[in-house]
Design a protein around this ligand. Structure first.
Ligand code: PEP
Ligand code: MN
Length: 336
């Protein structure tokens, strides 16, 4: 059961609600986010929900049978929109394109990608500065210095940035230079990181784990929300299967299923999803038609020279064509 409390509720009024919740055998967890104040009450007993709903200080109340609560559509029917500032928003009613290199490599590279994005009216640039690599000897990113340069150049050009945070201790040093924190597939169930991002108050793009189920992804998002941060988007980036013909299995089934289960925006990453440049555009277009709220993909001025993931990275000609086609596909979808 979720109880939304009235804004500015007094301690006494809240205490009375808590006592009544306890009296029916439920355990209440208090959640205070950027937007609202909730009690998430966990219990099994049948009771008349009106007995709580009528109490002073209760703004709204709902039973939610899902394991995840606050991110459930059973609680909030209206889709969540995330405001990144300066007119850049993500969520239903528009299609968001986020593009950029796998790794931030140099000032020149950032400038070239920014130029490409501006020419195509793309407002969000991706790029990792802390890179989770399968091999410890591979390029692991430019770190904080790279991030500061990335952020500065993008800010000067009116572009928002999304970049991966790998551990709790990085949040504080990164937070002033980030518009959206990305949680990578390998950290999808790093609950300490999710807890801390819940307190961090910056939007989060949460990727599905390499072998993560939909339920696990949703529960991971609930960690962030229940720690105080409502600005979450989910990202399908492919799951591991037995197939060797491509890098991962981009599970586009997840898109309509997630859209039905949660009010959070759903983004698709076809670059990591299929892992082969020639097929990224087709899967991106399929993601649009499946109902995604946005696509995040890798592009680079010279993919063959990229420090990481060049094999799945589009050059600017391919990227420009894909942007145009995704916008056309989105218009078609909205006309159905
Ligand atoms: C990335 O976006 O560069 C990345 C490492 O993605 P994932 O966590 O999905 O593998
Ligand atoms: Mn990558």
């Amino acid at each position: 059961m979720i109880i939304q409390l009235q804004q500015g509720i007094s301690a006494d009024v809240k205490e009375n609600i808590l006592q009544k919740v306890e009296a029916i055998g439920y355990k209440a967890n208090e959640v205070i986010t950027q937007d609202a104040h909730y009690l998430v009450a966990i219990g099994k007993k049948e009771f008349d929900i009106r007995s709580i709903g009528k109490l002073a200080g209760v703004a709204d109340i709902h039973r939610v049978s899902d394991e995840y609560k606050l991110i459930s559509r059973k609680w909030r029917v209206e889709p969540t929109r995330i405001d990144l500032g300066d007119g850049v928003t993500i969520g239903e009613g528009q299609f968001s394109i986020m593009a950029g290199p796998c790794s931030i490599e140099s000032e020149k590279q950032i400038e070239l990608v920014v130029q490409h994005l501006k020419e195509n009216n793309v407002k969000i640039m991706r790029g990792g500065v802390f890179k989770p690599r399968s091999s410890p000897y591979a390029f692991r990113g430019m770190g904080l210095e790279g991030l500061q340069m990335f952020y500065r150049i993008c800010q000067e050009n009116g572009i928002k940035i999304i970049t991966e945070v790998m551990q709790v201790s990085q949040i504080e040093e990164m937070i002033d230079f980030v518009d959206v924190f990305q949680v990578g597939a390998r950290n999808s169930q790093n609950f300490n990181l999710l807890d801390s991002l819940g307190e961090a108050q910056k939007p989060v793009l949460l990727k599905r784990g390499i072998s993560g189920t939909i339920e696990e992804l949703l529960q991971a998002a609930e960690y962030i929300f229940s720690n105080g941060n409502e600005k979450i988007m989910l990202c399908e980036r492919g799951i591991r299967g037995y197939e060797k013909a491509y890098r991962n299995i981009l599970d586009l089934n997840a898109v309509p299923v997630l859209k039905e289960k949660t009010h959070l925006p759903v983004i698709v990453d076809p670059s990591h999803g299929i892992g082969l440049r020639d097929y990224v555009a087709d899967m991106a277009l399929a993601a649009v038609m499946a109902g995604a709220d946005g696509v995040i993909y890798e592009t680079h001025q010279k993919p063959e020279e990229a420090f990481s993931d060049g094999q799945q990275t589009l050059n600017f000609i391919e990227s420009e064509r894909l942007i145009r086609r995704m916008r056309q596909a989105y218009e078609l979808r909205e006309s159905f």
